[in-house]
Write a new protein. Sequence first.
Length: 537
Amino acid sequence: MSILTDNALVHSVDRAMKDWKPWQIVVASSLTALAGAAAVEFIFQDDTVYFRIKKFAMRQARRIPAVRDKIEKEFASSKTRIEHDMFKASKSLTPIRALPQHTRSAEDVLNLVKEYKHIELAEWNQLSGTVYCGTDDITQLVTSVYSQFAWSNPLHADVFPAVRQMEAEVIRMCCTLFNGDADTCGSMTSGGTESILMACKTYRDRAISRGIAKPIILVASTAHAAFDKAAEYLNIRIKHIPFDPVTCQVNIRAMEKAINRRTCVIVGSAPQYPHGVIDPIAELSALGMKHNVPVHVDCCLGGFLLPFMDKAGFPLAPFDFRLKGVTSISADTHKYACAPKGSSVIMYRNHSYIHHQYTVQPDWPGGIYASPSMSGSRVGASIATTWAVLLYIGEDGYVKATRDILTAARRIEAGIRLVPNLYVLGKPQVSVVSFASKDFNIYRLSDAMAKRGWNLNALQYPASVHICVTRRHTSPGVVEKFLQDIRDCTEEIMKDPGQPDVGTAAIYGMAQSVPDRSIVGEMAWAYLDTCAALPQL
């Protein structure tokens, strides 16, 4: 715009406002600024304007009596199905609703334990993930170690120095495993969710200390939902970056485009849970260094597979502290490390990061309070058993287990690719193989496999299922049985691919088609309510 035009515009504004009083100009300017800020806040949110309008329309539609009655009817039906499925296994037990009036003998309680244990699934070889080891030798080791440290609490490091030493050794072993140096440090937590929560807390507080008022986490839409949980708990904004529909890896260009001055951490998964694909960690590391943003690698699922893949004969590009941009890594010891639930490790490149994780209250009347993670008191026995299992299995044991597990996963992937009417999502790189169908509702296959004892994980967007391969699947004949059952069930479904859906197929199919996600959320509430409930009298 030319100076002449600028001056003409200024003179035009001056003439239009020549009769305005100063206070009117101040008020008008303030209101305009506020309106502009509100407009920016409304437009530039994580959810698109279209999505928010649609959400608002759905909320209003639910006020219509006919729509409300239909939703309530379907919700009641779904809740009844959930309760039936939840309570059917325990129908032989008499629910205990209050403390017994008198002390019961240990023998009596142990007999009752046997009754409760009897209703649990005995066959673990057909579970997706869930039980990652559970062999008799490790069970005996864990039971023996646990009994010796059942009452220990690392909150009191002076009283329980053995557990303190064990925890420090577990952290150091993990830092070494992920190619950390002498400055690399970390904490043990109760599981992957807490490790992720601690990482998000660290980067939130680090950002705030640098003057960023409202930090933002950048994650792929395939990143674990624990990051959304952390954002909710810690009041951090989270932005989900789309993934490539072919590779299932996070879209690097979209990730870089989303980086701004409020970005407190970039997250990559190794591998991500839905499809078992490793995000391009080296490229994310380069982005972090280019924009001076920390990079967290979520290795909770693959933590005790990836470090051994090279030696097991499955070459892998660097994904850990060898990459200069990687500033933290979370890895679960209670998965492929074969430690009991729940234990995990969160590691940082140096202490400048982990100090933001700590909670310190120096002015409390009860003394100086200092805690490294979410919990105050912690289960010392969990630390001791993790330490014992790591030593018991050792590097050679983990390399062998990795070779066996990945070999089984590759065989499953190859077998599924040969099944007509099924296709594999992306290129699975570790232990998870996800698959879908363009010819029928894939959840029907999941339901059919469940009738044969298989427990698969249902995914959405796109509709698919996966199997997470564990040591249990490396037993003789398990892979062969799985593939044969997949072939048989698919063949049976294809005799009538358009058959009405029931069970999980109906629930998940309906859930994905509901535009108002709050309805799906309410169904999830019903499920969680039922988990903590007893059958009605």
